[in-house]
Design a protein around this ligand. Structure first.
Ligand SMILES: Cc1cc2nc3c(=O)[nH]c(=O)nc-3n(C[C@H](O)[C@H](O)[C@H](O)COP(=O)(O)OP(=O)(O)OC[C@H]3O[C@@H](n4cnc5c(N)ncnc54)[C@H](O)[C@@H]3O)c2cc1C
Length: 397
């Protein structure tokens, strides 16, 4: 998604220069969010395609970049071929973290790619049992999707309640109650201790002694940045590829990058950036960031060649998720350890949650509340110290 957005922006800014998009997956760039939502509800799979092939550049699919020589400005591909570049964008994203001792394969699917959706779908439906490991974005969305597809779903997660690390207790309790009411069997405070995997099914042993036989084990326990290529090339890597406000990567140990010194940029899930409104540098693994940062990187790459003025990247992205019939949009940091001020517009149904750190709003969760993303972003970016009582009614749905 990031690479595709960048390619589009490069083509817009430079209609004739050579442009090559290299992707390890065998399919053309596509939107990932529908893999845990719309596709399960019958949305047309053709519509996830981002249309990169029509965008006026060359595309090498099913091809992994295995080496990067920044001094020679050359990328090595898995088949040994070398590609030279003037500007390079590393938009290598992240991969699904695997369960120790239970690598992806057969019934075990560490969920990330379109191929994972197909694998999960083939093992789901009435009469089938699915174990979903992890209660984060991927776990909660897929548990809902699998339940609606007819599978009996078990969720295994270490928190005391579903979403407890992200939502305040009153909201996490509502989410958990909704999942239980929908028939999802929740196993809170629980981890997978071991697993026995055969082609048709897996038997999981949980650390509370429970054993579960499942036709499908979906693993949604976070993502790991694909930053190894950058690290091996001597670039500055710290939980992702470090980039400055023009999305330029730097050499490890170097200060800020000099103009054009490397010609290497990074964006999207793999990029570690000083996002406005955040207390510290971070990576953001969300769609809005992929599109905005990808497009900005494309513009920066063109500007660094033409010498055109380029504004620093300063977008604070929003994100969203669906949990059965509930949905939300959010901006900033959703960490249940912060002070959370709840402002229900309809108790138990919809409202706005403000996440405060030392009196400053760091995150806003818009629960079943739409159209307020920009206002939430402005509130966080204002960075003002606010009294919790002053937040009631501050953002209105
Ligand atoms: C199931 C799912 C649902 C999601 N739902 C939402 C949502 O509801 N809302 C939201 O805001 N965000 C959502 N996201 C997050 C969003 O999809 C990501 O933020 C986005 O995909 C990041 O895009 P990216 O291009 O930076 O990285 P990626 O999507 O990870 O793409 C990186 C690409 O680079 C390839 N690659 C990696 N290394 C190499 C290499 N060495 N050589 C060649 N190619 C390589 C990878 O194979 C991959 O195709 C979801 C993600 C998933 C997985």
């Amino acid at each position: 998604m990031t690479g595709d957005a960048a390619a589009k922006a490069i083509r817009k800014g430079d209609p004739s220069g050579s442009l090559l998009l290299i992707g390890e997956e065998a399919v053309a760039p596509y939107k990932r969010p529908p893999l845990s939502k719309g596709l399960w509800k019958g949305d047309d799979e053709a519509k996830v395609d981002l249309g990169a092939l029509a965008r006026g550049g060359d595309v090498l699919l099913g091809t992994r970049a295995t080496g990067l020589d920044v001094a020679r400005r050359a990328l090595t591909l898995a088949d040994g071929a070398e590609v030279g570049y003037e500007r390079l964008l590393l938009a290598t994203g992240a991969r699904a973290r695997e369960l120790p001792g239970l690598p992806s394969g057969g019934p075990v699917v560490a969920f990330r790619h379109l191929a994972d959706y197909h694998a999960a779908r083939a093992r789901s439906g009435p009469g089938r049992v699915a174990a979903v490991v992890g209660g984060g974005f991927i776990g909660t969305e897929l548990a809902a999707a699998l339940t609606e597809a007819g599978s009996e779903v078990h969720m295994i997660f270490p928190q005391a309640e579903l979403g407890a690390s992200r939502f305040p207790p009153e909201l996490a309790a509502l989410v958990g109650a909704n999942y239980r009411a929908r028939g999802v069997r929740l196993h809170p405070n629980t981890r997978v201790a071991s697993g026995d995997v055969a082609d048709a099914a897996a038997t999981l042993t949980l650390d509370d002694g429970t054993t579960l036989r499942a036709d499908l084990v979906v693993v949604g326990i976070g993502a790991v940045p694909n930053d190894e290529l950058a690290k091996a090339a001597g670039l500055r890597v710290d939980d992702g590829i470090w980039v400055d406000d023009r999305l330029r990567a730097a050499r490890a140990g170097a200060g800020d990058p000099d103009d054009d010194a490397l010609g290497v940029f990074a964006a999207g899930d793999v990029a570690n950036f000083a996002f406005p409104g955040f207390a510290r540098r971070t990576r953001i693994e969300h769609e809005d960031n992929a599109y905005a940062m990808g497009a900005a990187a494309g513009r920066q790459m063109v500007a660094s060649v033409t010498g055109a003025e380029s504004a620093p990247f300063s977008h604070l992205p929003f994100f969203y998720s669906d949990l059965f019939d509930d949905g939300y949009e959010a901006v900033g940091t959703l960490d249940a350890r912060l002070d959370v001020v709840a402002d229900w517009s309809e108790p138990g149904k919809s409202g706005v949650f403000y996440y405060l750190d030392g009196g400053t709003v760091r995150g806003v969760l818009l629960w079943n509340t739409w159209g307020l993303v920009d206002a939430a972003r402005d509130l966080i970016l204002a960075g003002a110290t606010v009294a919790p009582s002053g937040l009631k009614g501050r953002l209105q749905g």
